[in-house]
Design a protein around this ligand. Structure first.
Ligand SMILES: Cc1ncc(COP(=O)(O)O)c(C=O)c1O
Length: 463
């Protein structure tokens, strides 16, 4: 009878894979001996395996370029990295080494690019897509870039209020894009995204406002599907609508030449993950071409802004099991030496699952367990994988160490959990003011902390 943990994994997936293999009883990840790293650094341990970033950028480029060649598509493909998925200096340096363009989402992103520029790691020819809601500091930073000769900064208008502020203070003529407010998936709580300009307003807004403004040139239409690039009728329908709009807008606006289809290329989130990248990308390119042909519209340059796909699979989180408790006849709790809420917050917030494996003891029999985090929060646990409503680990034995690994968690987790003080989209921590009352009962205030500065954020991120 097959009862070993290794048997269980071999029955679940075609093991070993390019990514996961064994050395004796211990797991290797991309050939790296994880037990060695645990011996050296201890747990909990967050790992970033940079060659995977190079590999995924090359993979997407290859797939788009092949799709373009197969469809005889008459424009090129541009890979942008969506910085909010991981702003760490080592990630930014790796993506830039691959010659990608950048998509950013808030003011501090531009401070970060400036720091890289000063170090000679970022150049003025790069395209910078500025998405997101544009508050005064973000506007000012964009204008500084434009005025300093970053000719390929493209602010993407998120609403109809931004343009006048962008123009007021920019000395040069500059390019802009418009973000479409896409329809959400039918199961969502609301119908239309709060981000972007509604479909029906875009052409009138172009004709009445943008066209009359000689300081700007509309180059790009942008759309992003929150739920990602999936082979569903919802996705194809939204893509089709966006390309239709592109063609109609292009008929009015000869400078328009780019379509950004956003992020959302999925990554492996469980061990038997199966996604046909080749089919999806070829279909996207072919569909865009077909709608353009039916309108006699020149095909647009294609932009993507993959975040999770770029950096997700480069990340791993390793924990030690500190204890096992049995709380009733059936439930075994293995307590990790950290917290899911503070290290993998998506597991708690959106029930995100990750490929999950034991790091050692693969020859032991297995048992079904629940994993618990160290915080007092009852929601700080992980007990199911995408492909099975349970998790299994080698049986705990007294005086034997047990380690577990969560993989492909390289995107968003640090900014969401506030690693060292960073924030999602680098939106700074607010001022903190204390209110108290004096002996006469009059209230008084005291500033406990100033609003977070970009310098403090950049320092944490390694700039
Ligand atoms: C405008 C925009 N582009 C790109 C992305 C990246 O998405 P993903 O990390 O799924 O590729 C996001 C994510 O929220 C986004 O809002």
């Amino acid at each position: 009878m097959k009862v070993k943990y290794s048997d269980l994994i071999e029955q679940t997936i075609d093991f070993p894979t390019d990514e996961f293999s064994l050395d004796g009883e211990n797991l290797l990840w991309y050939g790296v001996d994880l037990m060695e790293l645990i011996k050296q650094y201890g747990t909990p341990l967050r790992l970033a395996y940079l060659p995977k970033i190079d590999e995924n950028i090359s993979k997407a480029r290859r797939l788009f370029n092949v799709a373009i060649a197969k469809a005889d598509y008459k424009a090129d493909y541009q890979y942008c990295y969506c910085t909010k998925s991981s702003h760490f200096s080592f990630v930014m340096e790796t993506v830039l080494k691959n010659g990608v363009n950048i998509e950013c989402s808030s003011a501090f992103d531009l401070n970060l690019l400036e720091a890289l520029f000063v170090e000679g790691k970022f150049s003025k020819d790069k395209i910078i897509l500025c998405n997101g809601f544009k508050q005064p500091q973000y506007i000012e930073n964009i204008q500084n870039f434009i005025n300093n000769g970053f000719d390929n900064v493209i602010p993407i208008l998120d609403n109809k209020f931004e343009l006048e502020h962008l123009v007021d203070g920019a000395n040069e003529k500059f390019k802009i894009g418009i973000r479409i407010a896409t329809e959400e998936e039918p199961k969502f709580d609301f119908y239309t995204s709060r981000l972007g300009i509604r479909y029906s307003d875009i052409i009138p807004y172009y004709k009445n406002v943008i066209k009359k403004n000689k300081q700007v040139e509309l180059k790009m239409l942008h759309f992003f599907i929150n739920t990602g690039i999936k082979d569903t009728s919802y996705y194809w329908n939204e893509l089709g609508k966006a390309v239709e709009l592109y063609c109609n807008l292009r008929a009015e606006c000869p400078t328009l030449d780019s379509l950004d289809i956003g992020g959302g290329l999925p990554i492996m989130t469980h061990l038997d993950f199966n996604y046909d990248y080749e089919y999806m990308i070829e279909e996207i390119v072919a569909q865009i071409k077909s709608v353009c042909q039916s309108h006699n519209t020149p095909e647009p340059r294609l932009f993507t802004e993959f975040g999770n796909f770029t950096v997700g699979e480069s990340g791993a989180m390793l924990y030690g099991i500190v204890n096992q408790t049995q709380q009733n006849d059936r439930e075994l709790w293995n307590m990790i030496d950290s917290s899911f809420i503070t290290t993998l917050p998506d597991t708690w917030a959106i029930d995100q699952r990750y490929p999950f494996l034991s790091i050692n003891n693969w020859d032991s029999p297995y048992e079904r367990v629940h994993l618990g985090g160290l915080t007092c929060d009852s929601e700080d646990f992980y007990n199911a994988e995408v492909h099975s409503n349970a998790i299994f680990l080698p049986k705990m034995q007294p005086d034997r160490e047990q380690y577990v690994g969560f993989f492909h968690c390289g995107a968003y987790q640090e900014s969401l959990s506030g690693f060292g003080g960073v924030k999602h989209c680098l939106v700074p921590a607010p001022k903190l003011v204390i209110i108290d009352r004096d002996e006469n009962g009059e209230y008084y205030t005291k500033l406990f902390a100033k609003e977070q500065s970009y310098k403090s954020m950049l320092k944490i991120l390694g700039y």
